[in-house]
Write a protein that binds this ligand. Structure first.
Ligand code: BGO
Length: 272
């Protein structure tokens, strides 16, 4: 039997554990991630044991600062899951999409499971246009309530559809001045890194991520060239490279929210 590796990723408190329990039922195995005392939970998908579901630690970012972040990013980049479900808390879209964008940067096939839809409805002031969200991000979006077990079947159908028709999304594009720096760095590493991961490595090199710097065998000329690209771009933005990237992600998210979210409070205020 060919196994499909399906990983769950998301912010802490996005409802990942609740969804994992529904997807796997009692078919769970709990161990530890190597070298750390962080629980590693995995299990077979209920009613279809050709899917191995891997729960990943809850995180806000793929930066290399906490064990949870390192485990998650190494898993995405080294174990190459066939599919990732990104559990997004619909009531905290901005913050949750920050992780989503970073997962997209790694080139991993992704489905967004927009959770807490019951809570969003109850709050009553915001609504999300799912079609636009999916269009703007270029990934499938399925709205669910893990707590109320709503639309889980739709999510599973989407997982199975995506397996037969792998998703080929376009990467989120940031400020054109940053994009040109990323393109130039990508040209330096194109023979060293597999194509789907080149954008991730280029962005991380731009951010001066040490782990990634150490992971690639760059020669001195390449290091110098990349350093020059980073310094030139920092001058253009009058900002440090890592914060240029953070701002570019939040700008992109602001555009997505602007297109996809209707906030009735804004409307009330504009009428008064
Ligand atoms: C408590 N809707 C709503 N309304 N809540 C949800 C949903 C949903 O779709 N999905 C999950 N939750 P985790 P991580 C709790 O535990 O799965 C709730 O960190 C409480 N506990 O029930 O643990 C879920 O794995 C007491 O809430 O998330 C849980 O990603 C009072 O979101 C919380 C209130 O879910 C986090 C809530 C003793």
């Amino acid at each position: 039997m060919t196994m499909t590796d399906l990983a769950l990723i998301g912010n802490p408190n996005s409802g990942k554990t609740t969804l994992f329990n529904i997807l796997t039922g009692t078919n769970q195995h709990v161990g530890n991630w190597p070298g750390v005392t962080i629980d590693r939970k995995s299990g077979k998908l209920k009613h279809d044991d050709s899917y191995n579901v891997q729960d990943l630690p809850g995180i806000y970012s793929l930066s290399p600062y906490s064990s949870e972040e390192i485990i998650t990013r190494n898993y995405l980049l080294q174990s190459h899951p066939d599919q990732v479900i990104d559990v997004v808390d619909a009531t905290n879209l901005e913050r949750n999409l920050y992780l989503t964008l970073q997962v997209m940067e790694t080139g991993t096939p992704l489905i967004i499971s927009l959770n807490m839809m019951d809570l969003l409805k109850k709050q009553g002031n915001r609504s999300i246009n799912l079609k636009k969200l999916s269009y703007m991000l270029g990934v499938p979006v399925v709205s669910i309530s893990a707590l109320r077990k709503q639309h889980i079947d739709k999510l599973i159908n989407q997982v199975k559809t995506a397996k037969d028709h792998p998703i080929n999304y376009t990467y989120p594009k940031y400020d054109s001045r940053l994009e040109s720096a990323i393109d130039m760095i990508t040209a330096q590493i194109k023979d060293l890194v597999p194509e789907p991961q080149q954008r991730w490595f280029a962005i991380k090199l731009f951010e001066r991520d040490e782990d990634i710097n150490n992971a690639i065998d760059l020669n001195d000329a390449q290091k110098q060239e990349i350093n020059g690209i980073i310094q030139d771009t920092e001058k253009i933005f009058d900002d440090l490279s890592d914060s240029i990237v953070v701002n570019a992600r939040y700008d992109f998210i602001a555009r997505v929210i602007n297109m996809c979210v209707v906030d009735s409070n804004d409307f009330t205020e504009s009428m008064s």
